[in-house]
Design a protein around this ligand. Structure first.
Ligand code: FAD
Length: 443
């Protein structure tokens, strides 16, 4: 994104990649996981077909074909990225880059000198320090398994862990999740996290919260995961306890680029401590999302090539979680707003009361809108059907500084899922239409 952006602004651009064009997101992150999740959702739809009056035979999981489809989606996009870069006149350099003092990048004996260098080396799956952690697969490894396990233990109840947990559960795998904190998916609104956990528990996923893994061992053909005072057995163990910026051995120290632990330190203009060197994406550990990386790329390129300074603003960055049901949030949660001492007004709306959700047969979940005293939006969180699409409207409203009333005075098409956001925004002032009034004043 940054390379194409810079090329479109007239710069001569080279991009260096050591492995697969498209990085984590395209090759082992956003895209392959969502392709597998889509297969699981098709299975769910076929299983539930009778409810809609459609009779089909018992569906079967063809895991190798699901994997093959996922690989086709990824390889198609990977080729697409390369042709897009070339079409924009960007020079593609394959090899491992190393920064040298004075905004020079060395790649396999060749020196690329530039006016500005943009560092975007991304991140790698981190492994916790307990014994046997290397027996577990990480998110890269689990994307290439040849057979589905009967039982899966997921260590880490964050976004990556919960997306795999939900997907494998839909595919018929018995899933157990172990999380060190007392809630899943932090910093999601605790109410929404609890509601989501209840839905997952009802579906058969087993959770161990506030639980620390002591060790993982082989046990016959399977694995034994020891927690304090409890042992779990599983055919496969997946560790999803976070990612670490991939910033070692790329010449940062000798070039004067400072780090905070592994993360490259940047200011709001995406500038590092070295002149004309910028950094973006997971390597800065600011948010570890693909769209944040793209946005930071736009800011960095604007500052490197433009005449006026642009600052990154993270107040309206949506976070999307592709579980079933989906989850999405933007801005601050009710708990975060209250913890910062703010007086807040909250509106909610359940999907059970929404026509479109009933039509789709997807009524689990709700929308929660948080506003300040004057009604200005502070945050929105959604658990429910197509939450990852619905959050776009909330993001626009928040980024434009709208009030809940302004959102609610926008005409929403009927019957649609965004009406849930509209109703939750109305509920901020107790005006939601399709639920009983909060306070009845009978005369
Ligand atoms: C399983 C999983 C699911 C995810 N799902 C989502 C999602 O749904 N939505 C979302 O927003 N985010 C998702 N993410 C996060 C997202 O993938 C990252 O935030 C995003 O890829 C970060 O982009 P980046 O450009 O900073 O780094 P990366 O995408 O990691 O790219 C860095 C690239 O730099 C290369 N590189 C590193 N060092 C060098 C060097 N010295 N020389 C040359 N090349 C080098 C690497 O090979 C890599 O290709 C997911 C991540 C994972 C692991």
């Amino acid at each position: 994104m940054a390379a194409i952006h810079a090329a479109r602004q007239g710069a001569r651009v080279a991009i260096v990649e050591q492995k697969d064009w498209g990085g984590t997101c395209l090759n082992v992150g956003c895209i392959p996981t969502k392709a597998l999740i889509q297969s699981a959702e098709v299975l769910k739809a076929v299983r539930g077909a009778a409810e809609f009056g459609v009779r089909v035979g018992e569906p079967a999981v063809d895991w190798p074909s699901m994997q093959a489809r996922k690989d086709r989606v990824v390889s198609g996009l990977r080729l697409g990225v390369q042709s897009l870069l070339k079409a924009n006149g960007v020079e593609l350099v394959s090899g491992r880059g190393r920064l040298r003092p004075g905004a020079v990048v060395g790649v396999d004996g060749r020196d690329l000198g530039a006016t500005s260098v943009l560092l975007a080396p991304g991140s790698l799956a981190a492994r916790p320090p307990f014994p046997g952690a290397d027996l577990a697969l990480d998110s890269d490894g689990v994307l290439t398994i040849e057979r589905l396990p009967r039982t899966l233990c997921v260590i880490g109840g964050g976004v990556v862990g919960m997306e795999f947990a939900s997907c494998f559960d839909l595919l018929g795998v018995k899933v157990v999740v172990v999380e060190m904190l007392d809630q899943l998916l932090a910093p999601l609104d605790p109410d929404m996290a609890r509601r989501f956990q209840q839905l997952m528990t009802r579906r058969g996923i087993e959770f161990h919260l506030s639980a620390r893994v002591e060790k993982v061992e082989r046990a016959g053909g399977a694995y034994r995961v020891s927690l304090e005072g409890r042992r779990l057995e599983a055919d496969l163990v997946l560790v999803t306890t976070g990612r670490r910026p991939a910033t070692d051995g790329i010449g940062l120290e000798e070039s004067g680029v400072e780090r905070d632990r592994a993360a490259i330190k940047v200011d709001e203009h995406m500038r590092t401590s070295a002149a004309n060197v910028y950094a973006i994406g997971d390597a800065t550990a600011i948010s570890m999302l693909a769209h944040t990386a793209s946005y930071q790329g736009e800011v960095a390129v604007g500052n490197a090539l433009g005449s006026k300074s642009i600052s990154a603003d993270y107040r309206a960055v949506p976070a999307c979680i592709y579980t079933d049901p989906e989850i999405a949030y933007v801005g601050v949660s009710e708990a975060q707003a209250r913890a910062s001492g703010q007086e807040v007004k909250v509106g909610t709306f359940p999907f059970t009361a929404l026509g479109r959700a009933l039509v789709l047969g997807e009524t689990a979940g709700m929308v929660k809108v948080v506003a300040d005293r004057e009604g200005y939006l502070l945050g929105v969180s959604i658990v429910g059907p197509r939450a990852t699409d619905l959050i776009a409207e909330a993001t626009l409203a928040l980024s434009q500084g709208l009030t809940a009333a302004e959102l609610a005075h926008t005409v929403h098409a009927h019957p649609t899922l965004p009406e849930a956001l509209f109703e939750a925004a109305l509920d901020v002032d107790g005006q939601a239409v399709h639920v009983a009034p909060k306070k009845q004043t009978l005369k």
